[in-house]
Design a binder for this molecule. Sequence first.
Ligand SMILES: Cc1ncc(COP(=O)(O)O)c(C=O)c1O
Length: 391
Amino acid sequence: MLENLNKEILSFKETAIMEIANFGRNHEHTTGQKIYPAWFGEGDTSTSKLICNKTVEALNTGKTFYTYQNGTPELRIQVAQYMNEVFDINTKPENHSVVSGGMMGLRLVCDLIVDADDEVVLVGPVWPNIRSSVLLKKGNIKEISLKLSDGEWKIDFNNLLNSITSKTKMLFINSPGNPTGWMIKKEQQDLLLKHTRKHGCWLVSDEVYHQITFNGLAAPSFLQLSKPNDRLIIINSASKSFDMTGWRIGWITHPEELGQHIAKLVQITTTGVPEFLQIGFMAALENYKSITNKLRQSLKKSRDLMFDRLRTWDQVECSIPDAAFYAFFKVRDMDNSLDYAKKLIVETNVGVAPGIAFGVSGEGHIRICFAAKEKFIIDVMDRLEPVLNKK
Ligand SMILES: Cc1ncc(COP(=O)(O)O)c(C=O)c1O
């Protein structure tokens, strides 16, 4: 029966993150042992009451109908205000389209740009769904890998620049990066933007972690350097900055003329983000300063709690991230991260994401999400220490 399905879908494998989560859940079920799940990229705090209350109120006042494909005019005005304030830029509501999450943004952008056999340059290790979105469109990925050296994730920048040629259809950058926390420098953004302008390729920048930084400032955006006609698209999300992973809201910032094409794609996928959710998200944007300040403070504490120990462990080589909420580290003499992650579940009951999930350059590493309460982090570290801190 199944051989009659779409070949592309049939050939697609579950990501190694899902594989390990299923393995861990199954282990919990069969052994009755509690598993500490740190495999996914989300915090453990539910959305603020302020946002929820606005949403419930909207539901109760009949905001239950089809709505605008690119987001309501009111929300697009507010997204533009938010972006202009955070990045000191000058975008218009027409430059922003609200979509059903950053993930949907990525898929729509790949639908818009990538044809079969198009070359897509990306920086890895990178969140697996990005790679899958390109592969689903039959694009060819050319990956330039970050390297962990002297406690820092570094890129061979000339190699990245030289890999972008007139054959490149799209350059994909995720900064702050999942899983590494790598942040591209402003000068590098400038050079890349000029280079993609020269070659006419699209620059797609995933900035969903722009608020999750530990230096008090939003991470630099390509938008701060761009001109209105640049082939530049930014992917953003309510998930990480506002504890709204389950809401499925994100937004794409794009040249104005792309709006109508995005609207067509939204029409034939989700037909738009439910209006009551858009109203709730407006409450998040209205209060972004207090919400994100609180989040950053708590994440910084969690990061320090984890890294004060992790960086001293014998089997670990790591970089202390200035952004995002992951510890992505090399485990000495380990070359099969999926098997290793399974072993950690069985021996320590801690569920981590295997590095191979983020591409070949991620092999030999594991990722732990530190967006969690103090007690959870201490429990996880206590359990991992005997394995990762042995001579
Ligand atoms: C780099 C990156 N981009 C995009 C997303 C998608 O976020 P969402 O679909 O929850 O908005 C994620 C989620 O983990 C991510 O890590």
